[in-house]
Unconditional design. Structure first.
Length: 256
């Protein structure tokens, strides 16, 4: 029989040993789970001149602003804390648009694979225009990309243009009839399908792209109506993590 301080030391020692065993066991279980299923990580590009001005930025090939370049570096630092093992080069998928590639490079994830499936939503006649511009040109004061879509805009608005950015660079603005929300959702499914074999191998997959297309991809992952994407806020150079929990596709982290 133990008594006094000696007994207390023995009890505390046993408790610490038990605690350590539980912690190690939990860590092993977590490690095993990570090996079983990877995470689909979504990173939005950094700031552009049009994300500041509120102009719809779909296929127009804009560069990052100086702020956007810094945001990309900071996003990389946050991602490395969350995913210290990084991502295999074949597990980094990047939109071919310049702002996404600059973000991937600035965040430190290069080389990577270009992925046409995650180019931004083709906004059609709304491209390069603010909601105020669209209301004035279309006569539809309450036009909304989620509710009405680009194809609801009048044909006379489908005109190409040139625009000078605040940094002095001239960019070409090409306008088409645009994509429907459902069309965007369907092409994001091909990205999920391409990533799935790697996820099932326990690899994490990073996708660097754009706000709307990544939010729509998320609804496809969750198996919900793509209109739900409008409720998912995703800020410039922020990342989100998708995964699986008890057999269901879920959001693990959002807008980090």
């Amino acid at each position: 029989m133990l008594c006094g301080a000696r007994r207390d030391r023995r009890v505390l020692g046993a408790l610490k040993e038990c605690e350590a065993m539980q912690t190690n066991g939990t860590q092993e279980l977590n490690d095993e789970k990570c090996e079983e299923l990877g995470r689909l990580v979504l990173l939005r590009h950094g700031q552009t001149a049009w994300s500041v001005s509120g102009q719809h930025t779909g296929r127009t090939d804009l560069p990052l602003t100086e702020v956007g370049v810094e945001q990309a570096k900071e996003a990389g630092e946050r991602l490395r804390k969350e995913f210290p093992k990084g991502f295999n080069p074949d597990c980094v998928l990047v939109s071919p648009l310049r702002r996404a590639q600059q973000t991937a490079q600035g965040a430190g994830y290069s080389p990577y694979t270009l992925c046409e499936g995650v180019v931004e939503w083709d906004y059609g006649a709304a491209e390069g225009r603010t909601r105020t511009d669209i209301a004035e040109l279309s006569g539809v004061e309450a036009w909304d990309v989620w509710k009405h879509g680009p194809k609801a805009l009048p044909a006379h608005m489908i005109t190409d243009a040139k625009e000078t950015l605040p940094n002095g660079e001239n960019v070409s603005v090409h306008r088409t009839s645009g994509e429907t929300l459902q069309e965007v959702a369907e092409r994001t499914q091909s990205v999920i399908d391409a990533a799935m074999p790697k996820l099932k191998q326990g690899k994490n997959v990073l996708v660097v792209a754009h706000a709307h297309v990544l939010r729509i991809l998320t609804t496809r992952w969750l198996g919900v109506n793509p209109e739900f994407a409008r409720l998912l806020r995703m800020d410039t150079a922020h990342y989100s993590v998708l995964g699986e929990y008890k057999g269901d596709n879920v959001i693990v982290h959002w807008n980090c």
